[in-house]
Design a protein around this ligand. Structure first.
Ligand code: UD1
Ligand code: MG
Length: 504
């Protein structure tokens, strides 16, 4: 069908009462995107002259979501049903198109190919309307397709209006249609709100099209899951599961190993190279890009991270908006925050947090460290417990450490500070002045050893204990037995001058 002939109408004005949410239904997320964005992405490749979204509930937010995707919005206020939504869309369509593909904003599993097939069936069948239907094991909640003996469609009956003979029909309406508009418009104006919700149902247009002699076809979706709506939280969870499964399947096909795939969550825009291994319970989020031959070990969460080839992320690490070059290794339990950049072969170990810092080639920070606003050269060793004191209570300050530096354990670097190439810092230093290249910086209290002090102390303690043991206890009358002893209760401190205090 030429693009100039048809428009896509996405119905997204409803509230989604059954979700019990403060958020409009189409703004809920599944598979890492809002429901309406998933639908827009499925429709866009059809090449329609225009994509129109009918918005109503939280209209401004829905509009702000779809407009950057190239979708025009029309406002349906109040929302008086799916048929009314199409009447509102009519104002935007005018005389410009012959056909409309209609898709509900709460059906995010629909695929472009399925929509294409629907349009083909519509055109070859010269139909007034073609419905995408599906056979569901549990059709409850969906409108049912009523077929005629010749297999064409006589009408759609909503769940609330089913009679006993119709209840067992398991072919349901997906709410995805292709309409010939010159046939549809005269039927829409005849819709009446004589139903359970007192709304104008688009589904009622099917019987009216029949009355006017139009042909209504129904094409059964090859994969029934594609038509699933998200009216309840349970349906939303199911749809999310299917979208996540699709993403994992695409990566498995591309040569990525995913262990226990059902436990791994991967956002739609994530890229992963071949021969990378993703262990159970990993989350890859946002625009994360992972090269080939990497290992992402269990429990790690990566968002907007860029990993070159052969990177290892050991268990339970969190990497956000950071870049890890070839052959780097982080974790277990590492936290790389925004702007961490590890150059080739650098390593970050357990309980190390890195923010807005560059670690040069082969540099290591393996234990219990915070590096923030730091620039560190190559082959430098950051000792356990090193802290860059980057915040002075007002602003963040930089730390610059050269290459081949040895930072002793438990060093505090009070920024702004510079440490030259090849310098050493003595363990336990609080560095407040720059250290020149190749120098040793020591910034701690000088140690004093007192020979024999400990042995003397032990002798004194032993002597006072034996003196106390030799003295008979002075008791004028028997002490009362303490009440029910509670081993957890701390004995009250003896009052000054009391007998017990004197006994001590
Ligand atoms: C609808 C169909 C039902 C079908 C099911 C498939 C009708 C009357 N029923 O039921 O036959 O089996 O979809 O999922 O059409 N919307 C508006 N304006 C409104 C009302 C709704 O834009 O005034 C939008 C909603 O935002 C939603 C879509 O239309 O995206 C469908 O509405 P919804 O309330 O979900 O209809 P269902 O009860 O699911
Ligand atoms: Mg629905």
């Amino acid at each position: 069908m030429p693009a100039s002939d048809f428009v896509v109408v996405i119905l997204g004005a409803g509230k989604g009462t059954r979700l019990r949410s403060g958020l409009a239904k189409v703004l809920h997320r599944a598979g890492g995107r809002t429901l309406i964005e998933q639908v827009v992405r499925a429709c866009r490749p059809l090449g329609a002259r225009e994509l129109i979204a009918v918005v109503g509930h939280q209209a401004d937010d829905v509009k702000a979501t779809v407009e950057p995707l190239g979708v025009t919005s029309v406002l349906q206020q109040p929302q008086r049903g799916t048929g009314h939504a199409m009447l509102v869309a009519r104002r935007a369509i005018g005389q410009r198109a012959k056909y409309a593909v209609v898709v509900p904003g709460d059906a995010p599993l629909i695929r472009t190919e399925t929509l294409r097939a629907l349009v083909r069936t519509h055109l070859t069948g010269n139909a007034a309307a073609t419905i995408l239907s599906a056979h569901l094991a549990d059709p409850a909640g969906y409108g049912r397709i009523i077929r005629k003996p010749d297999d064409r469609v006589a009408g759609i009956v909503e769940q609330s209006a089913l009679d006993d003979t119709q209840r067992d029909i398991n072919e349901v309406n997906s709410s995805i249609y292709c309409f010939t508009l010159e046939n549809l418009w005269p039927c829409l104006v005849k819709l009446r709100p004589d139903n359970f919700h007192k709304e104008l149902y688009l589904t009622d247009a099917i019987a009216l099209l029949n009355q006017r002699g139009g042909t209504v076809l129904a094409e059964v979706a090859a994969d029934a899951r594609e038509i699933l709506g998200c009216n309840t939280r349970a349906e939303l969870a199911e749809v999310d599961r299917v979208l996540r499964e699709r993403k994992r399947a695409a990566l498995l096909d591309a040569g990525v190993t995913i262990q226990l795939p059902e436990t791994v969550l991967i956002d739609p825009e994530v890229e992963v190279g071949a021969d990378t291994v993703i262990e159970p319970c990993v989350q890859l989020l946002g625009k994360t890009r992972i090269g080939a031959g990497c290992v992402i070990r269990t429990g790690s969460v990566l968002s907007d991270a860029v990993l070159e080839n052969n990177v290892t992320v050991r268990p339970h690490s969190v990497v956000s908006a950071s870049r890890l070059a070839e052959g780097t290794m982080v974790g277990p339990f590492a936290h790389l925050r925004d702007g961490a950049h590890l150059l080739a072969g650098a390593r970050v170990g357990n309980f190390v947090e890195v923010k807005k810092s560059v670690l040069g080639e082969g540099t290591k920070a393996m234990h219990l460290t915070y590096l923030g606003d730091a620039k560190i050269g190559s082959k430098t060793n950051i000792g356990a417990g090193t802290i860059t004191c980057n915040y002075d209570g007002v602003s963040k300050n930089p730390t610059t450490i050269g290459k081949g530096v040895f930072v002793g354990s438990d060093t505090a670097l009070v920024a702004p500070i510079r440490v030259g190439d090849g310098a050493y810092i003595a363990a336990g230093s609080t560095v407040t002045e720059n250290i020149p290249a190749d120098a040793l910086g020591i910034a701690r209290g000088r140690q004093v050893n007192k020979p024999g002090w400990a042995a003397q102390r032990r002798r004194e303690v032993a002597a006072s204990k034996s003196k106390a043991a030799a003295k008979p206890p002075k008791r004028s009358r028997p002490r009362p037995r303490p009440k029910a002893a509670n081993p957890r209760r701390k004995a009250a401190p003896a009052r000054k001058g009391s007998k017990s205090a004197r006994r001590r």
